[in-house]
Write a protein that binds this ligand. Sequence first.
Ligand code: NG1
Length: 523
Amino acid sequence: MAAVPTKTSLADIYPEDAVESQTTRWNHLISTFKSTYGKAPDFISRSPGRVNIIGEHIDYSLYEVLPMAVTADVLLAVSIHPQEPGPSTISLTNINPQKFESKQFDIPDTGDVHIDASALEWTNYFKSGLVGATDLLRKKRKDFKQSVGMDILADGTVPSGGGLSSSAAFVCASALAVMKANGEHDVDKKALVELAIVSERAVGVNSGGMDQSASVFPLQGQALYVSFVPQLSARNVSFPQLSSPLVFVIAQSFVAADKHTTGPVCYNLRVVECTLAALVLAKIFGLSPLKSDAGPLGYSLRGFHDTYIAKHASITDNSKTSKEDFQSQLHDLVGKVDAYLPQEEGYTRQQMSEILGIPIPQLEKDFMTKFPVRAERFKLRQRALHVFSEAIRVLRFMDLLSSPPATTPEATETLLKDLGALLNETQDSCRDVYECSCPELDELCTLARKAGAYGSRLTGAGWGGCSVHLVPEGKVDAVKEAWRTEYYMKHFPHMSEEKWKEAVVVSKPGSGSCVFEVKGESV
Ligand code: NG1
């Protein structure tokens, strides 16, 4: 079991060039805590945002993804109340109280907390971490009922709706804070990730599992290969040591992508489409009833894939299949989708009901009620094509990262170009097949490539938010300049210096969640 580490130095948390500015920020958090609550915090729980390098919109179909943690994070400074009978009180304030209003609520002595998912409250993310951690503590300790009370001051630098997964960072930091405040000193990373995935679904998003994994697991300087089959697991991945290093630049589109309001036509609809694609394919290939799995609605394209292979190739545990064979299975599935799900215009409820032999009301109840969707047609063909081809790209990207080290400048250039080409293919597929890009993200990608990026694509859910670019070290400034003059100045002519700093970040892989024991007045 790997436990969430307890750190005592910021140098163990952030890349070298960020330590100075982070020290100022952390000390400001501690002094604001003192002026707000009249005492010092007992500890700070931290969880970072992430950028997904490759593997977009396939985590909820249970295919592997490759994100990395970023420096931007959520910090929760916490002081624990002594345990007393009766309700316990949670006070939540934010370092930015104008934007995030202070709140207080009681946890009744039953220990159960209600979350109103219809209200867009920042404190809901804390509550969802609290509910998840309470459940876990109840499973661990028979006599555990109710969390202790806490005073909390939050400071988040992951832009919300910016595609860097601020919500997962907040939920993970919250759940970790609750565990720690209730006396858990060695919080298992995997248990924390699993509870954060379930918790985030309580706030109305049918989340995959990539973000929570990328927030909790990473070791500094490494990306993370996350697998969901046969169970959630993650492996830290080092980038190859090259004469010119891999530099990822993140650029905000500043188009807010609010998953909660757009869920019924964007994110949650994609989850429904992928789930139904799995069921329809299973039916077409005589594999019904498909065994239920860890997909958010109980079935996944990976579940269909493994079942198909079990039947046609007699492979009972496909997670042990070699990467080469797995890729050729995926190529075969791309061909099958092309031939057997021909309807470019999508499938109506009536058509899916006929294929599956499930009455429409049942179909709606099983797959469109928990997370409601608004759609007349469901694009099963396109969604399945994207998922299988994106799963192939992740494997090809991993192959390139682990290929024998490039020793000459020419070989390095070829490797970087090949990696970039895969990012570009992902962008094309997200834009044209999965339909999760937007004109602004496309524009950022086009500008970056013109200015010399090897590869450019949206990252995260899309429909706005963030983009990620693999850029030659010597061309970072040229790419930034192209965006500044041709994107940001055009779309946001009055952009402040501060916003500009937020807009573009050169990101090194950062470290995952940790607890920091506060001793004294500063860090
Ligand atoms: P964002 O919206 O960027 O945090 C979402 C999902 C991920 C994954 C990506 C698309 C949540 C919390 N996160 O990420 O699990 O599906 O979209 O690859 O729902």
